[in-house]
Ligand binder design. Structure first.
Ligand SMILES: [N-]=[N+]=N[C@]1([C@H](N)O)O[C@H](CO)[C@@H](O)[C@H](O)[C@H]1O
Length: 824
């Protein structure tokens, strides 16, 4: 900092100074008076006032980062499901009470202003939310970090229900602008596409010249990522696509008005909208454009804008680690090779040596269809130079395979980065595994299955490359912000150290045996249920079963997650009551809460939503059930709703077929908020059960080995349908059109057929075990003391599932970056 730059003063932490900052932003920032200000004006002014308190730390962090040139983690992710920003900024800046009092003095209710915020829905589900939790932990743990992603103009669609069917609405989250982003057009980067390549006569080994045919401008928007009261504010840099020239005057003058703006719309399409698929990639060209767009801009930004001019890129791996969040950013590998060989004139071998030390890859799935492959024609048309580089990487890699496994051409074909069947295509997971120096799964079981099955050939060749880092969630958002009542109870008992050291929750274990604490714990859960009931009534006119069990299943709608199995439980219970098989008074009052978006093109998923709503409508309208059973399916499940729903739950449904859910993170959030889990031994459920204890977890269903051996033996769902009368009765009731005004076709017919004929994810095979375990749940719930005891032990023993612990594992096992104390 040059001597004549006066140090930036941190605003005083007082109601008076906060009020001044708020009014200054309102008057000078928004140009309005308090009595004429709109809700958005007040929300904007409030957000900007809070930003003041964090900006000084932000600038200090950036200044120190340039000064120290410390090793930085660059988290490359096509998705960041950030959630509401204001509440998190207030918490990080320790301004909650000050802001609340300051606004109250002005006759304003801070909760009302917070509700104005449109949450940035820049992600689909677990993968995007994990990225957001991780950058929160990296900042709170003082790790120099930059998150790189895309500033989609339209985030994940808004879900509405019309006659129970999902109807998507565009999520124009920026229509009122966002007070949390700072554009930096001066750091814009040109990103090229298309064209062809030519020899580079005097070039270094492997160098060629790329003649692109078109380009767009990547404009960066910076977002603050504040650490929790530690003086560090890291940066999330999201790129927005712009045409080089917004407007072509020549075209306009020639009267080609549409032509004049064509380039602009074309370019802006790249960051227009998030692809709404979760675990089933869209092979569309625009998707590959999006991936290359943000990756190319990010690499250029760091190498050309962050590193000192004369930085020797040979040392790049000591200065930055590029973490690849799934295969979406893997095109970064040939991009770095292109920069080093074509632009910097390095020899291929030197470039490859640095590239192999610069990237690490996190795989988030086990579903073969979720592994991205790009047809070579499409890659060759859009990124001709990158395809050439991938071919050479593959060539040299297959030489290595042949050397390690002489004569095993089948292995060579299996491992090749280029698939030959059904069409020639680039296997992005193979490219990531060949180039990455570390490959990790996101839960112990997942990482084992990656080594034993999905990437087994690679694990045999490079066993040391494979590791595991079990996912985690940030306790700042998912306990402290989402569940203030529980936070106060915990802090009163063990202090507030748990917020940044979640293992301290262990201190609660003895209190599980304390009747008074159990009572207080139930009071908190009860209050959270009443809060949820009010939100669902105000938001969607939905009623909960008065003071009953809240049984929640909230996650994307996907057949492997088995919302259909949950539905079979509800229908079987209902059928049992209606047929007299189950006495109504023996049924524990229960509300089945669903939250789930289906990818717009995923027909079976949308049919399942339709059927859940149909069953819900019938049950909720059935007076004979005396309100004992309720189905609540609030539309548009997102981070904001999760923060109200999860703290209110008693039972967490984690019922995927074993071997299909890589990890899950909702399961962790529920356990940390005192819900008991009914689940299979899948993903992170296995580690949750191990830590909380079998007696505090409702395990059911086949294990992964049992499921895969049933599959290999040939699974016939019809056998289960025929042999289990309760199952048959439930399926037949659905098929009869009972829930669909007699309609037996459409969703009813296709779901009945898919479950009784194919049932790829074996819902019918696990039905009996699930039903029997649900009976254990009912019995256990009747004993409130033992239930609360188990719930408290779930909280106390789930500290491991903090994303801070995940980040420490990444630091220890993969990154080698170090926390840098800002205040040192
Ligand atoms: N894509 N993807 N993968 C997922 C989730 N659907 O986003 O990533 C999440 C984050 O790793 C996992 O918890 C989850 O099991 C997995 O299916």
């Amino acid at each position: 900092m040059s001597e004549n730059t006066p140090p930036l003063a941190v605003p005083e932490h007082s109601v008076e100074s906060f009020t001044r900052a708020f009014l200054r932003e309102l008057n000078y920032g928004r140009g309005v008076d308090l009595d004429r200000a709109s809700a958005n004006d007040k929300y904007y002014a409030l957000s900007r006032a809070v930003r003041h308190y964090l900006t000084t730390r932000w600038l200090e962090t950036l200044r120190n980062q340039y000064r120290d040139q410390a090793k930085t983690v660059a988290y490359l992710s096509a998705e960041f499901l950030l959630g509401p920003q204001l509440e998190n900024a207030l918490l990080a800046a320790d301004l909650e009470d000050i802001a609340r009092e300051s606004l109250a003095n002005l006759g304003l209710d801070i909760d009302e202003l917070q509700a104005v915020e449109e949450e940035p829905g820049l992600g689909n589900g677990g993968l995007g939310r994990l990225a957001a939790c991780f950058i929160d932990s990296l900042a709170t743990m003082n790790v120099p970090t930059v998150g790189y992603g895309i500033r989609y103009e339209y985030g994940i669609f808004k879900q509405t229900f019309v006659d129970g069917k999902q109807v998507e609405k565009p999520d124009h989250w920026l229509h009122l602008g966002s007070p949390w982003e700072l554009p930096h057009p001066e750091y814009s980067v040109d990103v090229h596409f298309g064209g062809h390549t030519e020899d580079k006569p005097d070039g270094s080994d492997g160098a060629r010249t790329w003649i692109p045919s078109w380009r767009v401008t990547a404009k960066p928007y910076n977002y603050m990522v504040p650490g929790y009261r530690n003086g560090r504010v890291n940066t999330l840099r999201l790129w927005s696509a712009r045409a080089r020239h917004d407007f072509d005057l020549r075209e306009f003058n020639a009267g080609e008005y549409t032509e004049a703006v064509r380039a602009r719309t074309f370019a802006e399409n790249i960051s227009k909208v998030l692809y709404p698929e979760d675990s089933t990639p869209q092979g569309k060209e625009l998707r590959l454009q999006q991936q290359y767009f943000f990756v190319a801009a990010s690499l250029h930004d760091f190498i050309e804008h962050v590193l000192p001019r004369d930085y020797d890129l040979k040392n790049l791996p000591d200065r930055i680690i590029w973490q690849l969040n799934d295969t979406h950013p893997v095109i970064a590998v040939p991009e770095l090779m292109r920069i080093l060989v074509d632009d910097k004139g390095w020899d291929w071998a030197d470039a490859w040596a640095v590239t192999q030390k610069s990237f690490a890859y996190t795989c988030h799935t086990l579903l073969p269809e979720a592994l991205e492959v790009w047809p070579v024609d499409l890659m060759g048309k859009l990124l001709p130079r990158h395809l050439e580089i991938i071919y050479r990487i593959n060539e040299e890699f297959l030489e290595e395979v042949r050397a390690a496994f002489p004569g095993d051409e089948l292995r060579v074909r299996r491992m090749s980065i280029i698939a030959e069947q059904p069409g020639r295509a680039v296997r992005m997971a193979h490219l990531a595994t060949v180039a990455g120096f570390k490959v990790n799964g996101v839960a112990e079981l997942h990482s084992e299955l990656l080594k034993d099955k999905v990437l087994n050939d690679f694990a045999q060749m490079w066993p040391e490359k494979f590791t595991n880092v079990t996912n985690g969630v940030t306790p700042r958002r998912f306990i402290r912000l989402a569940n203030p009542a529980l936070s106060e109870l915990i802090t009163a008992a063990i202090g507030d150290g748990w917020i940044t050291d979640l293992e301290q929750l262990r201190g609660l274990e003895p209190l599980a045996d304390d009747a008074e604490f159990r009572h207080a714990f139930r009071e908190v859960k009860g209050a959270n249920k009443r809060r949820l009931a009010k939100v669902l009534m105000d938001r969607d006119g939905i009623e909960l079963a008065g003071d009953g069990m809240v049984d929640a299943m909230v996650k994307r709608l996907h057949e492997y997650k088995r919302q259909s199995l949950k539905l079979l439980h509800i229908v079987s219970l209902y059928e049992g009551i209606k047929s007299g098989r189950i006495p109504l008074e023996s049924v524990t009052p229960r509300t089945f809460v669903f939250g789930a978006k289906a990818a717009p093109g995923y027909v079976r998923a949308k049919e399942t939503i339709e059927l859940i709503n149909a069953v819900g409508r019938t049950i909720n309208a059935d007076a004979s059930l005396k309100g004992r059973l309720k189905v609540a399916f609030p539309p548009n499940y997102n981070v904001t709703l999760a923060e109200v729903l999860i703290p209110a739950a008693d039972l967490s449904e984690q019922i995927s077929l074993a071997g299909k859910e890589a990890s899950g993170t909702g399961n962790m959030k529920f356990a940390l908020n005192g819900a008991l889990t009914i689940g299979t031994d899948d993903g992170a459920n296995v580690e949750i059960r191990k830590l909380v204890g079998d007696e505090n977890f409702f395990l059911f269903g086949m294990t992964e080995p049992e499921a895969s051996s049933l599959e290999s033996r040939g699974y016939d769902p019809g056998e289960y349908y025929e042999s289990d009368p309760e199952l048959k009765a439930a399926l037949n009731l659905i098929a009869s059109g009972h829930f669909t005004d007699g309609e037996r076709g459409g969703a009813v017919a296709s779901i009945f057929a898919s479950l009784t004929e194919r049932d790829r994810f074996m819902a019918l095979a696990d039905f009996r075990s699930y039903m029997d375990t649900q009976k254990k749940v009912e019995a256990a719930y009747l004993d409130h003391e033992s239930w609360s005891r188990s719930a408290i032990l779930n909280v106390a023993r789930s500290g491991y599932f903090s994303s801070d612990r995940s980040i420490q594992d990444y630091l220890d096992r993969i990154w080698g970056a170090k926390p840098i104390d800002q205040n040192a």
